[in-house]
Ligand binder design. Structure first.
Ligand SMILES: Cc1ncc(COP(=O)(O)O)c(C=O)c1O
Length: 380
C-alpha cells in the first residue's frame, strides 16, 4: 500500500522528533513541581524559565511578557476576556474571517465586525473608520486558517498607534490594544512583536510541530488582564495551575525549529504551491483558486470546483489515500457554511464545492503530482 498523503497541516502538525526528545525528561526524571523548593524542583523551575526566555527571544519580547497556556483557543480567550472584563463598557473590533475562538469570545462583548476585501484581506481603511473613542481592543489574525491569506498587521499596528496618539491628545485615557491570533503564522512568517506592532499575540504549539494544547499569549509589559483561571497564581496570576513544563519546553523547541527552517521551507513550498496550482488549472476544468492574487502562505491551496460536492470529494480522496479538508477542521461541527468564504463573497453553493489543501514538512513534489491526477480523475 502506498504511503498516505497528508495535506491538512493547517489542522494539525506531527510533533517534530527533536521536540519529542526535548520533552522526554519531564515525564519521569524531571517531573517535579517547578514551584517546589528542593534543588531538583528548582532545576525544573529553571528549565521552565529557560523555555520562557527562548520563546521570548523568538518574539523579540521579554520573558515576563510570555504567558504559557493550553493552546491557541485558551490564549485567545485570555486576551479577549482578559481585556474586555476590565473594560466592560468599552467596545472591540474583530475581522470577519477570525477563527471561532475569537468570534465566539467576542460575541460576549460589545463588538463590531470589520469586513475583508474579496481577496480575503482586512480592509484597513474601514477598520480605522470603525475605531471610536470607546474602542479598547482590536483583534485581527495574522494568517487565515482556511484560505491562508496574510493580514496587514504592520499597517494596522501603525494606524492604531496614530489613533492612540490622537486620543491621548484629546485627553481620552482609554487604552487601545491590538491582539493578533498568529496560530498559523510561525512556520512561514516572522513573529517579532515590535515589527508587527501588536500588544497581545497568540501562538499555538499544535500548528508548529509542537504538542497540541500547548500555546502562549504575549502580553506587552504594562497591560493588565483579568485573570481567567484562579488558583495558585502561576503564569503571573492569569492562569493558575501547575505548569506543564514538558509542553513549555516542547513549544519553545518547536518555535525555534520552525523559525530556523522558515527560509528554506518557504522557498520549497512556494515552488510546490505553484506546481500544485498550475497542475490543477491544467487538469481540472473550471477550477477556481481562492484568493489567488492575495498575499498568502506558501502551504495553502484552496480551490472551488463548481458542481462538485466537497464532502464526497474529501471521502473519495481519503479512500485514495489523500487527506484534505472541506472547510476548517478547527471547529468540531462542519455543517455550517464557512463564514470565511462568505466574507470574501463566495456563495453558499460554491462553498460546498471548495476544498482546502495545506502542505507541510512532509509534503513532496510526488505527493502533489499524485494529488493533482487523483483530483482530476475523481471530478471527471
Ligand atoms: C487561526 C486559529 N486560531 C485558533 C485555533 C484554535 O487552536 P486550538 O484548537 O489548538 O486551541 C486554530 C486551529 O484550530 C486556528 O487555526
Amino acid at each position: 500500500v502506498a504511503k498516505p498523503i497528508y495535506l491538512d497541516y493547517a489542522a494539525a502538525t506531527p510533533v517534530d522528533p527533536a521536540v519529542l526528545k526535548a520533552m522526554q525528561p519531564f515525564w519521569r526524571d524531571d517531573f517535579y513541581n517547578p514551584s517546589a523548593t528542593y534543588l531538583a524542583a528548582q532545576k525544573v523551575g529553571k528549565d521552565l524559565q529557560a523555555a520562557r526566555a527562548r520563546v521570548a527571544a523568538c518574539l523579540g519580547a521579554r520573558p515576563t511578557e510570555i504567558i504559557f497556556t493550553a493552546g491557541g483557543t485558551e490564549s485567545v480567550n485570555l486576551a479577549i476576556n482578559g481585556v474586555m472584563q476590565k473594560y466592560s463598557k468599552a467596545k472591540m473590533l474583530v475581522s470577519a474571517i477570525e477563527h471561532d475562538a475569537v468570534l465566539k469570545t467576542a460575541i460576549q462583548f460589545n463588538h463590531a465586525v470589520v469586513p475583508v476585501t474579496g481577496k480575503g484581506v482586512v480592509d484597513v481603511a474601514e477598520l480605522v473608520k470603525m475605531v471610536d473613542d470607546q474602542t479598547v481592543l482590536v483583534s485581527v489574525m495574522y494568517v487565515n486558517n482556511e484560505i491562508g491569506t496574510i493580514q496587514p498587521l504592520r499597517q494596522i499596528g501603525q494606524a492604531l498607534a496614530t489613533i492612540r496618539r490622537e486620543r491621548l491628545a484629546k485627553g481620552n485615557k482609554l487604552p487601545l490594544y491590538f491582539h493578533s491570533d498568529a496560530s498559523q503564522a510561525p512556520n512561514y512568517l516572522d513573529v517579532h512583536v515590535n515589527s508587527l506592532g501588536v500588544d497581545l499575540l497568540t501562538l499555538n504549539g499544535g500548528k508548529i510541530y509542537g504538542p497540541k494544547q500547548s500555546g502562549l499569549l504575549f502580553v506587552k509589559a504594562g497591560i493588565e488582564l483579568a485573570p481567567q483561571v484562579l488558583g495558585g497564581g502561576q503564569e503571573n496570576g492569569l492562569r493558575s495551575g501547575t505548569e506543564n513544563v514538558a509542553f513549555a519546553v516542547g513549544l519553545a523547541t518547536a518555535l525555534e525549529l520552525v523559525q530556523k527552517q522558515r527560509p528554506t521551507e518557504v522557498k520549497r513550498l512556494q515552488s510546490l504551491q505553484q506546481d500544485f496550482v498550475r497542475g490543477l488549472q491544467k487538469a481540472v476544468t473550471n477550477v477556481q483558486i481562492t484568493a489567488e492574487k492575495a498575499p498568502k502562505l506558501p502551504n495553502n491551496v484552496h480551490i472551488t470546483i463548481p458542481g462538485v460536492d466537497n464532502e464526497r470529494l474529501i471521502m473519495q480522496l481519503d479512500e485514495a489515500g489523500i487527506m484534505a479538508a472541506a472547510g476548517s477542521a478547527c471547529s468540531a461541527s462542519n455543517d455550517e457554511p464557512s463564514h470565511v468564504l462568505r466574507a470574501i463573497g463566495i456563495s453558499e453553493k460554491e462553498a460546498q464545492s471548495s476544498v482546502r489543501f495545506t502542505m507541510g514538512q512532509g509534503t513532496t513534489a510526488a505527493d502533489i503530482k499524485l494529488t493533482i491526477s487523483t483530483v482530476a480523475s475523481l471530478v471527471k
